[in-house]
Design a protein around this ligand. Structure first.
Ligand code: C2E
Ligand code: CA
Ligand code: CA
Length: 883
């Protein structure tokens, strides 16, 4: 049943689709059938009209002619009767005139005697006797047994000079004996006069024949050729059995309407031996219908054209429509494809909360079974068994409320199993909504992770720099609103890099974690502890009950102490210290930049003051900083003017007391402050980016001086780690050697382990290049850093200089033990060892006992200007030479 209905619907649809084509197929034949029907019926009608016309013309032709013949015959009879009464006295002329016999088409009457001679005529002939005995009408009439009218073939009248038809009867004398023939002549033109009124049209013919089919008169055909001739044509056959016939007289060229094809109507007179034919040309018959046929043909062609055009147009439109429909189907299937391949779930509900469309992903998101969900289901039905939303009605009301206010809305649904689904709703034009459902469980987790990453330090779990800045802003806002004072502590680990280098990053990280733990342990929960750099920490101390400055100071002191406690990392005992700078709000500033700068100045102070301590900001620190700025400007000028001097402190061989080398130490002779020590201006040069130029200057001066010293004395120049960063160090050294002409073996470069801390790979390469030049390299300040021993093997140094702090503690047994092992290692590595800062002879004893061969210190000589040095190291004779 359903199948049949579907088929029917399909058929109807097909018909509807192709209707114009079918209409065209229906109408086109109709037009042409109509055309042929109309034209052929018009032809039939034309023919019928022609037949009727032919009939009436033939009839009139007969009647007219018969009337004339009758009149003439009457006249013949009258003449004959009068003649018979008195043949002698009879005058044809007289009677003819009296009876008006010879008038119109009747040309003349004549009497021919039995001898064949004309003896009376209406024309008034007066010539010699005229013999007419040879004439047909005379001979035939004379032969006739009975008395009847004879119609002879036309003759050209000798008397009348005209073609005439002769009709004759016998003439009798008084005693009823034959007396000759009475003849009436009728002009052949009698046909012509009728022809004009008959209106047979072009090609029409009228022919009058006698009983022997001799043509008596004709019109419409060449009279001259047929007149008087026997011309039976088809008439003989047509009139064999009847007095009337109508037939076609085909000329031979059939098919096209032709002037010589004629419809002939033939009649035989019942009274006279006469035959009448009226012909209408085929062309004449059909001329009007032919003209109309042309119009019809034009119409039919026009209609055909219109129908074909309309069909073509429709066909094109249908094609476009089909294409559009195909496109629609295409996009529909694309939509379905998209739906299938959408990464999110999609659902569409109409204005009555009924499901219109959905995809697999949507089902999966809500753990709905595809068997239970169908298009058309109500929203409440669909979600009846889920657990995330309990009150579906309230949910729907809320959703519709939101969609009424805005085209788009979204919310997040959390399932009891922890899955989180984000739903974006869009209002549909036609009511209802379309929603995409995305499982964001994963994303949310990673967002939370990112959020943590954005605000917390991943290593220590403390707040990161961002969160620290945010918290600082917040604390400041709070201060501005409620005047709640707070403090900021900046914390920098001392020697952390050494630990990192010695034990590896892994241990460095472990150390940082422990430090963070200790900072946290000292802070309260309301405080914000943060890691703001590699080994830099910060603490925002929230307002407390007691005076904040003291609070902050105690906290700082506690922190210094706590961090200085020994650590155990991977089984290694580790000790580090820290420097802290403290700034208190509002006393030390009420703007973020101000507070941080001041805390930083306090930190700088702590570091400079020998580390492992804290400082509160004070206005003097700011003054000092300003002073440093001024100093930097002045230093720049001093370097440019080469006002940096170089002092020299010799290094002696303890066993002989001979100077083996001299260390070049920079001095700045300031115009107002006098001689400034390097500890004060080297950091300024380093911070101001002047260290490269300063270093070059010292190198150049030292080398120039050294060539003046005895060949067995080397000159040692200190290098800052920052000079390695410039990239021009090797060139500078080569230039200094070349300019002075000093042998490279007489130059020694002192570096500290900080060279290995920053960009150590690159610095190591530079160091190797320097060594390849032939200069010797000494490791300065050995023992200050934690990892010193390892540095001894990091590079093939020529010399190691034991730091003054060791020598100061040389009285202690453990120092002696450490130094002992250092000496042991140095000897294995073939290094010479210098003891720095030797101030007492006791120290010298201990040093010598340890096997250290070289010493440098105030005990032997303070750093002195070059002139003074010369006095020290040169023998008497040479001193004079130099002087
Ligand atoms: P340093 O390389 O360790 O130089 C030795 C420092 O110890 C010198 O201080 C010297 O005067 C001092 N000294 C020597 N013997 C004794 C002693 O027995 N007792 C005491 N208390 N001190 C002693 P100075 O000249 O003030 O130099 C300080 C630091 O400045 C140097 O330490 C060096 O690191 C740096 N320095 C000096 N000149 C230059 C330079 O031209 N370039 C670079 N980069 N640094 C330089
Ligand atoms: Ca040195
Ligand atoms: Ca030193």
């Amino acid at each position: 049943m359903i199948h049949a209905r579907r088929l029917l619907r399909k058929a109807v649809k097909g018909i509807q689709r192709n209707a114009p084509l079918q209409i065209a197929l229906f109408f086109l034949p109709l037009v042409w059938i109509g055309y042929f029907a109309i034209t052929s019926s018009e032809r039939t009608e034309a023919l019928q009209q022609a037949r009727a016309h032919g009939n009436s013309v033939a009839q009139l032709f007969e009647e007219n002619t018969e009337r004339i013949f009758e009149r003439v015959d009457q006249s013949l009879l009258v003449v004959r009767a009068l003649y018979a009464q008195d043949p002698a006295a009879f005058s044809l002329k007289f009677w003819a005139a009296k009876a008006q016999m010879a008038s119109g088409d009747v040309v003349q009457f004549s009497l021919i005697g039995s001898n064949g001679y004309l003896f009376d005529t209406t024309t008034g002939y007066s010539g010699p006797p005229l013999y007419l005995g040879d004439r047909e009408h005379f001979a035939k009439v004379m032969e006739l047994a009975e008395d009847r009218l004879y119609v002879a073939k036309p003759v050209f009248g000798r008397a009348s000079n005209k073609w005439t038809i002769q009709i004759a009867r016998k003439l009798f004398d008084h005693g009823k004996g034959p007396a000759g023939v009475v003849v009436g002549s009728i002009s052949v033109d009698l046909v012509g006069r009728f022809y004009d009124t008959a209106k047979l049209g072009i090609g029409g013919t009228l022919v009058l024949r006698n009983a022997d089919y001799i043509v008596l008169a004709a019109r419409g055909i060449d009279q001259g050729t047929v007149l008087g001739q026997r011309n039976p044509g088809h008439v003989e056959g047509a009139l064999r059995d009847s007095a009337y016939s109508q037939y076609w007289n085909w000329s031979g060229s059939e098919g096209r309407a032709n002037r010589s094809n004629r419809l002939i109507t033939a009649r035989r007179s019942r009274v006279f031996p006469l035959i009448f034919t009226a012909g209408i040309s085929e062309q004449e018959i059909y001329s009007r219908s032919q003209a109309r046929q042309k119009i019809y043909l034009g119409g039919a062609l026009l209609l055909t054209f219109i129908i074909l055009m309309a069909t073509a147009l429709h066909w094109r439109r249908q094609k476009a429509l089909d294409a559009a429909q195909r496109e629609l189907r295409d996009s529909l299937s694309k939509f379905e494809d998209a739906l299938r391949n959408l990464p999110q779930g999609l659902s569409m509900f109409d204005g009555d909360d009924r499901l219109i469309a959905f995809n697999r992903q949507w089902l999966d998101a809500y753990e709905l079974s595809p068997d239970n969900i169908r298009v058309g289901m109500n929203f409440r039905e669909v979600f009846a068994h889920q657990e995330a939303v309990r009150d579906l009605d309230a949910y729907l009301v809320d959703l519709k409320d939101r969609l009424a206010k805005s085209e788009n809305t979204s919310n997040t649904v959390q399932f009891p199993d922890g899955r989180v689904i984000h739903i974006s709703y869009g209002r549909r034009e036609s009511g209802g909504w379309v929603a995409t459902h995305e499982d964001i469980t994963e994303r949310k987790a990673s967002e939370d992770r990112i959020e943590r990453l954005a605000h917390y330090d991943s290593l220590t779990g403390l707040a990161n720099r961002n969160l620290f800045r945010g918290s600082l802003d917040e604390a400041l806002d709070k201060y501005l609103l409620h005047h709640a004072p707070f403090a900021v502590l900046l914390l920098d680990l001392d020697k952390f890099k050494s630990v990192n280098d010695a034990l590896g990053h892994h241990c460095g990280d472990a150390l940082l974690k422990q430090v963070a733990g200790r900072i946290k342990a000292q802070a309260r929960t309301v405080d914000t502890a943060a890691r703001i750099g590699g080994d830099e920490f910060a603490l925002i101390v929230a307002p407390g009950p007691s005076a904040l400055q003291d609070d902050a100071a105690t906290l700082a002191a506690r922190l210094v102490q706590a961090i200085a406690e020994p650590y155990e990392i991977d089984g290694h005992p580790v000790v580090i210290g820290c420097s802290i700078g403290v700034a208190v709000v509002p006393e030390h500033g009420t703007r973020v930049d101000e507070i941080l700068r001041n805390a930083d100045l306090a930190l700088y102070k702590s570091k400079n003051a020998g580390r492992n301590g804290f400082h509160l900001y004070s206005p003097e620190l700011k003054a000092e900083a300003d002073q440093r700025d001024i100093l930097e400007i002045e230093l720049r000028e001093a370097i440019w003017r080469e006002e940096i001097e170089v002092f020299y402190q010799p290094i002696f061989e303890l066993s002989t007391g001979r100077a083996t080398s001299v260390e070049a130490l920079a001095r700045w002779r300031h115009k107002t402050r006098g001689l400034i020590p390097p500890a004060e201006f080297i950091p300024v040069a380093e911070q101001g980016g002047l260290i490269g130029e300063l270093g070059d200057l010292v190198l150049a001066k030292a080398c120039r001086h050294a060539v003046l010293l005895p060949d067995d004395i080397k000159v040692a120049v200190n290098l800052s780690a920052l000079q390695f960063a410039g990239g021009t160090l090797v060139d500078s050294v080569m230039a200094a050697l070349a300019d002075s002409g000093l042998a490279e073996t007489r130059l020694e470069l002192e570096i500290t382990e900080s060279v290995f801390l920053a960009d150590s790979q690159e610095n190591l390469k530079t160091l190797e290049r320097l060594k390849r030049l032939g200069v010797s390299i000494a490791l300065d300040d050995f023992g200050v850093g934690y990892s010193s021993l390892s540095y001894l093997t990091a590079f093939p140094f020529n010399k190691v200089k034991i730091d003054k702090s060791f020598i100061d503690r040389i009285g202690r047994a453990e120092t002696v033990a450490v130094l002992g092992s250092i000496v042991q290692l140095a000897k294995t590595l073939n290094l010479s060892i210098v003891a720095e800062g030797v101030e007492t002879s006791e120290q010298v004893e201990k040093i010598r006992a340890l096997g250290i061969a070289l010493g440098q210190g105030y005990l032997f000589s303070k750093p002195v200007p070059f002139g003074e040095l010369l006095l020290q190291v040169l023998p008497e004779s040479e001193r004079q030479a130099v002087a």
